[in-house]
Design a protein around this ligand. Structure first.
Ligand code: MN
Ligand code: MN
Length: 308
């Protein structure tokens, strides 16, 4: 499987201002119990541990390809957190030195909820929840039983949608809201996919549970363009040739949920088009990437030229 490291899965608008407390709220979607590190960690170990991979290829492919997507979600939320911590990029903000730091230029950070995100993490994202509690491996379920694991994943995706909506409701900034809007649509896809997988094995119409919780995506403005382009009907292989077999579950005449815009479900080779990745301009007074990074920039430029 692959992912592009120069792109995010969705295009995030620039934040209006630095808002480290909003970044702290968004951390819940990264290192919280139902955050992207949990979906990634669960599906990653379940796909590594998957038994009878060849014989169960449609089910294995489904879990493995969603794993790749979740890695991109971890990256997306991380970027959203860092963008909210830092505010809009200031052109030329990383040129020159950090100035007189004896005047406590970051005094305001001492009152921020997740001060460690700045003091230790330099304004980036961390594998913690909104209260700074570490994500941990107890959030991973990998029983080796396909039905139990799929049922767990169905619960995880439904729970994740609930968390995304609550975080959405705490945020006013467009960056954080876009992260939530995109992930709400993709979470719906994953819950639907695990419901269909369970239905194929057990005969139980699990998708009748959906949407759980009953979040009307058409009432969330940030979800609209993703619904319009049919994202709620697509799963991606994240692979040049593998994982197509999941179309036996996601496709094969199956259609969108009645609450979403209609259409057939489809497996798309490759990955979503995605959006630009932020520069995250440095802040010399915080020593990111350093106090006076000019020499580092010069060295990097020489190395770049030598590589061409
Ligand atoms: Mn996700
Ligand atoms: Mn998911």
């Amino acid at each position: 499987m692959f992912m592009r490291v120069d792109q995010l899965q969705a295009d995030l608008p620039a934040p209006k201002r630095a808002d480290p407390n909003a970044a702290a709220a968004l951390q819940e979607l990264l290192g919280g119990k139902y955050g992207e590190m949990s979906t990634l960690g669960n599906y990653m170990f379940q796909s590594f541990n998957f038994r009878s991979k060849e014989k169960l290829k449609p089910f294995y492919s489904l879990v493995a390809s969603i794993t790749a997507e979740e890695l991109g979600h971890v990256e997306l939320v991380s970027n959203g957190v860092a963008m909210l911590n830092n505010g809009p990029d200031i052109p030329g903000g990383d040129e020159g030195d950090g100035g007189d730091i004896s005047g406590a230029p970051w005094e305001g950070m001492k009152d921020i909820r997740l001060a460690a995100a700045f003091l230790s993490g330099g304004g980036g994202a961390m594998p913690v929840n909104s209260n700074g509690v570490s994500w941990n491996n107890d959030f991973i379920t990998t029983t080796g039983n396909v039905v139990v694991d799929l049922l767990h994943n169905f619960h995880l995706e439904c729970g994740a949608r609930l968390h995304k909506l609550r975080v959405y409701e705490t945020l006013s900034d467009p960056t954080g809201r876009e992260v939530c809007g995109y992930l709400l649509v993709r979470g719906s896809v994953h819950a639907h996919a695990y419901a269909l997988a369970l239905e194929k094995i057990t005969g139980v119409d699990v998708k009748k549970f959906l949407p759980t919780p009953n979040i009307p995506l058409d009432k969330v403005p940030e979800c609209q363009k993703y619904l319009d382009e049919g994202s709620h009907r697509r799963l991606y292989t994240f692979s040049p040739g593998d994982y197509k077999e999941m179309s036996g579950i996601w496709g094969n005449g199956e259609v969108a949920l009645p609450t979403d815009p209609p259409g057939e479900l489809e497996v798309v080779d490759g990955m979503p088009e995605g959006g630009k990745i932020q520069q995250l301009i440095g802040v010399p007074s915080a020593f990111t990437p350093d106090y006076a990074p000019e020499e580092m920039f010069e060295i990097a430029e020489k190395l770049y030229k030598a590589s061409r």
